[in-house]
Design a protein around this ligand. Structure first.
Ligand code: HEM
Length: 794
C-alpha cells in the first residue's frame, strides 16, 4: 500500500490521508496524469476526445484520445483507499475546481460544459412553457405535466416542486437516461461483432422463439435465456459507469476497519464489483456463461451491480433493462452485424463519467498520414512500417529535426540543447561524439560486457535477499540499469542503498513520466498560463534542476583529478574535448555537458529497465516459453559460467523471445517528435515546413501487414522453420534513420546479458490468483502496472 496513501493512525484506527504526495511510479502516474478515477481499474482521462476530422486540402485534423490506460489499484492497495479528490475528474475539471476564479474568465474547453448545460436547459424551459399553456389537470400526459400538477399542490413546501427544479430533474433524466443506455447498446455491437458465434447463437434463439416477423415483447424474455445472459454479460463487461456516483459519509463511521470522517467523499467503485475475482469465474473474459446454469437456464448474479445498489440505485433501472432487451432483440432479429474489413474493434473504452467504445483505431479509418491537434499544435501522425520508413529513412533529411517546445526550451535553455532535443550542427557533432564515446568505453573493448555482468551479479544478490518472498522488481531493475549509465557517464557504479543514487533515480523516474504526460502537453499548449499555475508540471522543472545539480557535482569532482591522457568516462572525454575545442557552436561547453548527461540518463535508464520488466511479465504469463528459454540457456551456457555476447548466435530462441518482448512491450509507443525541415509531401499529403511529425512506432510494431499475429506474444515472429533467428524489417523499437536511438547497441547488450543471467539463475512467477496485466500506463514510455513476483533460485 506504501506509495499511494499515507495512512495515519487515529483513535487506534486508520485514516486515509487526503492529498499527500508519495513516492514511486504509481503515484507520479496518478498525480501527473491527473488521474480522474478512483476505481478497481483506474482509467486515466482522455481529455483529448475526437472532435472533428476533415481530410481536406492538405491533411485531416482530429483530437484523439491517446492517454487512456487502466490501473489496477485495488489489487495493490486493498479495497479501501483514497486519492486526492481534486485529481479525480480530468484536467478540465481539475483546473476549474482548483482555480474557479481564474478559469471563469479564461477561454477553454471547460466553458463548453457550461454552455452545453445552458443549451439543454433552454430547450427544457421551452418545453415546460409549452406544457403550461395546454395543461389539463385531469389528463397529465407526461413527466412535465405530472410535475406541474404536483407543483400546484406543494406550493408552500420545500419538497423540490419548483419550476427550476423541474428543469433540473428533466435535465438529469436526459443525462442519466440517454448516454448510458445508448452506450450500452454500442458495447453490445462491439461484443457481438467480436464474438460472432455468440451473435449467431442469439439470433438462432430469437428465430426459434419469436421468428422473423412478429415484434419482440417483454413476455419473450423468460423464453430467451441465452439472449438475456448475453445482455447481462454486455452490461458487466461494458462497465458503463466505471466508477459510480459519488457518495458522502453522512456521519463519522468506519469501513473495512478504516475511520471515515463525516463529509468525506466515498466512491463505491463499480468496476471492482463487475470484475471482482471472487465473484466471477472469468472476470476479464466476455462469457455469457456467467449468467447460465448447467442446463442453460438464466441465473441472476449478486455482483452484477451495473445499476449500483441500495437507496441511491439507478432510478431508471427498469426502463433501461426494457430498452436494452427490446432494442437489442429487435436489431438482432433483423440484422447481422460486422466491422469493416481489416478493422479490429477495441474493447478498451474512452473513460469519462461513462466508458464509451473507442471510435476504432485512427489509422484504420484515416489512413497512414493524418493530422491531430495536440493543444495548440498540429502534429502529423505517420503510421505503418512502409510510411514510417518513407518518412524517417527515405526522406531522412527532411524529418531529422525535433520541433520547438516551450517546455523543452525552459529545461534546455542556452545555445545547446543536449542530445535529444538539439538540432543542426550541434546535434550532429554531439551525436557523433556520444556514439564514439560509447564505442570507446564499452562496446569495442568488451569492458561494457564485463560491467553489465558484474551488475547482473549485484542484481541477482538483491533478488536472493528477497528470500522467496514476493517483491516489486521495478526498483531493482532501475538500480541495475541506471548503474550502467553511471559507469559510462560518471565512471563508477553506486551501491543500491546509496542515498544520492536513490534520489537521482527518483528524480529521473518522475521527470521521465511527467515529460510524457498530458501535463507536458498542457504546458506546451498554454505556457504563459501554466508557468504561473501550481500543478505537477512544475515537477518537471524541479526534477530537472535536482538532476542537473547532481551531474554538476560529478563534473566538479572529475575536474579535480582529470588526466588528459587517460580519460575515464564520458565526462572526462567531454572536458578534454572542451579544452581543445572552445567553439561553442559545436556544443562543447559545460552547460551542454550537463544536458547531454541528463539525456543519457533520461533516454538510457528507464527504457531498458521497463523492457526488462515487460520481459518478466511476458515470461511469467507464458511459463512454457520461460521453460524453453531456460532449457536453451542450460544447454548452451550451463548453470555456472556467466553469459557473454558471443553466446547470442547460439541462443536463437532466447534472442527471438527478447525481440518479441521489445515488440509487444512497445516501450516508446509514439517515438521522438520530428519536424519537417522543408515543405515536402508524404503519402500524397502536403506537409509544410515546420510541421511536427510523429512517426508512430506502435503502428509499426503492430502493423497487420508485417506481423503474422500482431496482437499475440509470439517469438515465432523472429524464427524460421528451422528455429533459426530471423531479423524483421518492421522491428523498430529503437526507431530508424539518422535520429534513431543512439544507445541501441548498448541497450541490446544490456537486454541480452541481464535477461539471460536472470533466467539462468531464477524461475519467475507471480502471486497465486493474480493475472499480470499486459496493458501499460502510457506516457513517453509504456510502463507496466506495478506488479509483484517470486524469484525462485533454480
Ligand atoms: C530498450 C531500450 C531503448 C529503447 C526502446 C530506445 C528507444 C529510443 C527511441 C524510439 C528514440 C527516438 C528516436 C527517433 O526520434 O527516431 C530514442 C532516442 C534516443 N535514445 Fe534510446 N532507447 C533505448 C535505450 C537507450 C540507451 C541505453 C541510451 C543511452 C546510451 C539511449 C539514448 C538515446 C538518445 C540520446 C536518443 C536521442 C537520439 C537523437 O535525437 O539523435 N537510448 N531511443
Amino acid at each position: 500500500m506504501g506509495n499511494i496513501v499515507r495512512w495515519d493512525s487515529q483513535n487506534g484506527s486508520k485514516t486515509p490521508h487526503w492529498g499527500y504526495f508519495m513516492q514511486g511510479l504509481a503515484i507520479t502516474t496518478i498525480l501527473a496524469s491527473a488521474v480522474d478515477r478512483m476505481s478497481g481499474r483506474l482509467q486515466t482521462p482522455s481529455i483529448l476526445s475526437i472532435s472533428w476530422i476533415q481530410k481536406a486540402s492538405s491533411v485531416g485534423e482530429a483530437f484523439l484520445p491517446i492517454f487512456n490506460s487502466h490501473f489496477q489499484l485495488a489489487d495493490v492497495y486493498g479495497n479501501v483507499f483514497s486519492v486526492l479528490r481534486q485529481w479525480q475528474d480530468g484536467v478540465c475539471r481539475w483546473l476549474y475546481e482548483s482555480f474557479p476564479a481564474v478559469m471563469k474568465h479564461l477561454p477553454g474547453p471547460h466553458n463548453k460544459i457550461f454552455s452545453l448545460f445552458d443549451t439543454i436547459l433552454d430547450f427544457i424551459s421551452q418545453e415546460v412553457k409549452r406544457h403550461k399553456k395546454d395543461l389539463d389537470r385531469n389528463y397529465p400526459r407526461d413527466y412535465s405535466d405530472t410535475f406541474l400538477i404536483e407543483m400546484e399542490k406543494h406550493k408552500e413546501s420545500d419538497l423540490g416542486f419548483t419550476e427550476t427544479n423541474l428543469a433540473l430533474c428533466s435535465l438529469d433524466l436526459f443525462l442519466a437516461g440517454t448516454e448510458t443506455t445508448s452506450t450500452t447498446l454500442q458495447w453490445a455491437l462491439v461484443y457481438l461483432i467480436k464474438y460472432p458465434d455468440v451473435q449467431e447463437k442469439v439470433q438462432a434463439e430469437i428465430n426459434r422463439v419469436i421468428g422473423q416477423t412478429r415484434l419482440p415483447t417483454m413476455a419473450d424474455r423468460p423464453n430467451l435465456p441465452y439472449t438475456d445472459a448475453v445482455i447481462h454479460e454486455i452490461q458487466r463487461m461494458g462497465n458503463i459507469v466505471p466508477l459510480n456516483g459519488f457518495r458522502m459519509a453522512a456521519k463519522d463511521t468506519t469501513l473495512g476497519g478504516y475511520f471515515i470522517p463525516k463529509g468525506t467523499s466515498i466512491m463505491p467503485t463499480l468496476t471492482s464489483v463487475l470484475f471482482d475475482k471472487n465473484e466471477w469465474e472469468t472476470p476479464d473474459t466476455f462469457n455469457p456463461g456467467h449468467f447460465l446454469d448447467a442446463e442453460g437456464k438464466f441465473v441472476k448474479r449478486e455482483a452484477l451491480l451495473a445499476f449500483s445498489a441500495g437507496k441511491r440505485v439507478c432510478l431508471g433501472e427498469g426502463l433501461a433493462k426494457m430498452e436494452l432487451f427490446l432494442f437489442l432483440v429487435g436489431l438482432l432479429q433483423k440484422f447481422y452485424f460486422s466491422a469493416p474489413d481489416g478493422v479490429e474493434l477495441s474493447t478498451e473504452g474512452v473513460t469519462g463519467t461513462t466508458r464509451v467504445p473507442h471510435p476504432f483505431k485512427l489509422a484504420d479509418v484515416y489512413g497512414n498520414v493524418f493530422c491531430i491537434r495536440l493543444g495548440r499544435h498540429k502534429t502529423v501522425f505517420v503510421s505503418g512500417w512502409k510510411m514510417v520508413k518513407e518518412a524517417i529513412v527515405t526522406q531522412a533529411d527532411n524529418f531529422v529535426d525535433r520541433p520547438y517546445s516551450p517546455m523543452v526550451n525552459r529545461i534546455y535553455s542556452g545555445n545547446s540543447a543536449g542530445l535529444f532535443f538539439s538540432n543542426g550542427k550541434v546535434w550532429r557533432r554531439q551525436r557523433r561524439f556520444a556514439m564514439a564515446m560509447l564505442r570507446t568505453f564499452g562496446l569495442a573493448k568488451n569492458s561494457m560486457e564485463q560491467s553489465i555482468c558484474e551488475e547482473s551479479r549485484h542484481l541477482q544478490e538483491a533478488m536472493e535477499k528477497e528470500e522467496g518472498e514476493p517483491f516489486d522488481p521495478m526498483p531493482l531493475l532501475n538500480n541495475a540499469v541506471a548503474n550502467i549509465i553511471c559507469q559510462i557517464v560518471f565512471g563508477k557504479r553506486f551501491d543500491y542503498s546509496d542515498h544520492n543514487f536513490q534520489s537521482m533515480l527518483k528524480n529521473l523516474i518522475e521527470m521521465a513520466y511527467l515529460e510524457g504526460s498530458m501535463w507536458a502537453l498542457l504546458y506546451d499548449a498554454f505556457p504563459a498560463l501554466m508557468r504561473h499555475l501550481p500543478g505537477p508540471h512544475n515537477g518537471i522543472f524541479c526534477n530537472s534542476k535536482s538532476l542537473e545539480a547532481s551531474i554538476r557535482r560529478e563534473i566538479e569532482r572529475h575536474k579535480l583529478d582529470l588526466d588528459p591522457s587517460n580519460p575515464r568516462d564520458y565526462i572526462d572525454t567531454f572536458l578534454i574535448e572542451e579544452k581543445h575545442n572552445r567553439r561553442s557552436e559545436q556544443g562543447f561547453e559545460e552547460g551542454n555537458l550537463v544536458l547531454c548527461c541528463l539525456d543519457l540518463f533520461l533516454a538510457g535508464s528507464e527504457t531498458t529497465s521497463k523492457t526488462l520488466q515487460w520481459g518478466l511479465i511476458y515470461l511469467i504469463k507464458n511459463p512454457h516459453i520461460q521453460d524453453k528459454v531456460q532449457a536453451e540457456i542450460d544447454r548452451v551456457i550451463g548453470q555456472t559460467r556467466l553469459p557473454t555476447m558471443a553466446d547470442r548466435p547460439n541462443l536463437p530462441y532466447t534472442d527471438a523471445v527478447i525481440h518479441e518482448i521489445q515488440r509487444m512491450g512497445n516501450i516508446v509507443p509514439l517515438n521522438g517528435f520530428r519536424m519537417a525541415a522543408k515543405d515536402t509531401t508524404l503519402g500524397g499529403y502536403f506537409i509544410p515546413k515546420g510541421t511536427s511529425v510523429m512517426p508512430n512506432l506502435t503502428s509499426v510494431l503492430f502493423d497487420k501487414t508485417e506481423w503474422e499475429t500482431p496482437d499475440t506474444f509470439n517469438p515465432g515472429h523472429f524464427l524460421d522453420a528451422k528455429g533459426r533467428f530471423v531479423r524483421r524489417d518492421a522491428f523498430l523499437p529503437f526507431s530508424a534513420g539518422k535520429r534513431a536511438c543512439l544507445g541501441e547497441g548498448l541497450a541490446r547488450m544490456e537486454l541480452f546479458l541481464f535477461f539471460v543471467s536472470l533466467f539462468q539463475k531464477f524461475c519467475f512467477s507471480t502471486l497465486d490468483g493474480v493475472e499480470l496485466s499486459t496493458e501499460g500506463i502510457i506516457g513517453a514510455t509504456r510502463t507496466p502496472y506495478p506488479f509483484k513476483i517470486y524469484a525462485k533460485a533454480r
